[in-house]
Design a protein around this ligand. Structure first.
Ligand SMILES: Nc1ncnc2c1ncn2[C@@H]1O[C@H](COP(=O)(O)OP(=O)(O)OP(=O)(O)O)[C@@H](O)[C@H]1O
Ligand SMILES: [Mg+2]
Length: 233
């Protein structure tokens, strides 16, 4: 369960406090998928940073699986993020010197560096799982390519596989199809929704793309600092 209760976010600035989010509440269960829309500057990325435990709320509470990440030590919160949350950013943030396979394995190295990527887990070794995910996103023939040797849509699919490798409870995507042509965008978003259904995670996607938002059962909009049901379905 993701529980967001009466959250606000105020950034201190030289001109005084800048209020971005007010009284935001949200409750999502495993298997839920929500799209968040809203004008540029309305606080969508800010909200994802809070949900991803990258930035603390100014007031209110956020819990994931009953745990409040902001009550943890910095080392514990890093582990919490690594284990429980998968991020897909618009600019995908792949490591340029690493292959597709190595990029997908990065979260497993942070999670248990001493054990190496050959650690045996429930679904085989991490390396086996990474290979399976790369196959699922249609990139088996590109396994050893570096990011510079991939198209934009292919990079985004690597980022999705990387976000899923540790089977997180929560997947947060900021404009996952923002840089893609409409056809590739719809392939990538269909893939994201299908993998989410299979893994029964909580999926939250921020997007300006109305067609993408329309595919989500829960549609929310940031308007005047508040998170409200979307008025333009
Ligand atoms: N660290 C910060 N300090 C002060 N103001 C900030 C900070 N980070 C973001 N803001 C402000 O908060 C507002 C919301 O930013 P945010 O990035 O969440 O918008 P967004 O809805 O994601 O917009 P876009 O659609 O353009 O990505 C913006 O006006 C921005 O200038
Ligand atoms: Mg943004």
């Amino acid at each position: 369960m993701l529980e967001v209760s009466h959250v606000s976010k105020v950034y201190p600035t030289p001109r005084g406090p800048l209020s971005i989010l007010e009284d935001v509440s949200l409750s999502l269960s495993p298997g839920d998928a929500a799209a968040i829309t809203g004008p540029s500057g309305s606080g969508k990325s800010t909200l994802l940073y809070l949900l991803g435990a990258l930035e603390p709320p100014t007031s209110g509470t956020i819990t994931l699986g009953g745990q409040n990440p902001f009550a943890l030590s910095p080392a514990e919160v890093a582990e919490f993020r690594n284990q429980q949350i998968g991020f897909v950013f618009q600019d995908h943030c792949l490591l340029p010197q690493c292959s597709v396979l190595e990029n997908v394995l990065v979260p497993t190295l942070v999670s248990h560096p001493a054990a190496s990527s050959d650690r045996q887990g429930s679904g085989g070794t991490d390396r086996d799982r990474a290979r399976q995910l790369i196959e699922r996103v249609g990139l088996s023939p590109r396994m050893e390519h570096r990011p510079a040797e991939l198209s934009g849509g292919e990079k985004q699919r690597v980022a999705i596989a990387r976000a899923l490798i540790l089977q997180p409870r929560l997947i947060l995507c900021d404009e996952p199809t923002g840089n893609l042509d409409p056809e590739t965008a719809s392939t990538v978003s269909a893939l994201l929704l299908e993998l989410h259904r299979q893994q029964q995670t909580i999926l939250i996607v921020v997007t300006h793309n109305a067609a993408l938002a329309a595919q989500f059962p829960v549609r929310l909009e940031l308007r005047a600092k508040h998170l409200l049901p979307c008025q333009h379905p």
